[in-house]
Design a protein around this ligand. Sequence first.
Ligand SMILES: [Zn+2]
Length: 392
Amino acid sequence: MRTAYQYKLRPTKKQTASIDRWLSMLCAQYNYLLADRFDWYEQNRCQINACPLVCHIPELRDNPDYYSQKKTLPNLKKTHPHYGDIHSQVLQDVCSRVKLTFDRFLSGDSNGNRSGRPRFKSRDRYRTFTYPQMKDDCIQSNLINLPKLGQIKIVLHRPIPDGFKVKTASVTKKADGYYCTVSLEDATIPTVKPDINPESITGIDMGLKEFLTTSDGEPVGIPQHYRKAQKRLRVIQKRVSRRKKGSNRRHKSVKQLAKQHKKVADKRKDFHFKTAKQLLSKYDVVVHEDLNVKGLSRTRLAKSMHDAGWSSFLSILTNKAENAGLLVIAVNPKNTSQDCSSCGAKVPKKLHERWHSCQCGLSLGRDHNAAINIRNRAVGHSVLKAQSLRAQ
Ligand SMILES: [Zn+2]
């Protein structure tokens, strides 16, 4: 089983300076390697409808890949000796980052989803570097030993669980300081197989007014403190835009804004974890609308500012369920709010109509009705079938 914990770092001034220096050097190297890839790509392709019959053949150069780019690093250290200050594996990790982003651009990830053209990163947007191999005993009391940076103070707000070994470590610069994400592995713990009670099932409808409504009709609202933090975000945003570009005062308020963004993100994450825990402690199976079905409910969802929030909530929910041996199912969201959950008739409603009342006599909240529809769509799911067969 693999998991990741994030801890806050408290580097000294000298350590902060070297982390910042590393980041700017790595950023430059990242951009250089990316440009190298683009160069080859542009030189060695030709539009299929505009290919000249007679053309000059450019001098062929091998396609830069992970290994060839990695081989250029010793030379880099000769021509730019200050790169020698960086731990070699951290530098090599830049090559794998370039490889990853370029592969996603050309051929897509494991689901075949292609990302856009990789962008050159500005110094502000390059915030993380990774040690791909860490010694197991790198954390001693409140210090972490990062090679070539030395012993850095770490705030262990929760201990590393027994039996887990530190595999990699990433250092990230955020608005309010430096963080270290360690990935942990315990090979002895197998992945949990779902062992569920198919009767303990609920559907959730995610909405704009309430965060979600379960098929038992229980709403989970968006917490007040989160809305407050978001309101404050708008106030600071205004402050930034009022101030003159390039001025000291603007720079100050930009920093403030970044901190507030982090605050909002932290609050949202906390809320998501708590909601997911509540749901999974009550139910064994949670059914939700599949957000990735193209062209269906996207129009309704895409406009919502909570869109990003929903997908991150669902990934937290799925992850938590997997670790606990529970199940989260995504179903087709088509017409979940229009159909009657009792007789199946279509009852068209506009978005502002919050009540569902059908000819068959069913009368309940719109979101509640949708949640029941969502739950009913999971009936016949292969895992549920297998579980109920085993129960019999
Ligand atoms: Zn009905």
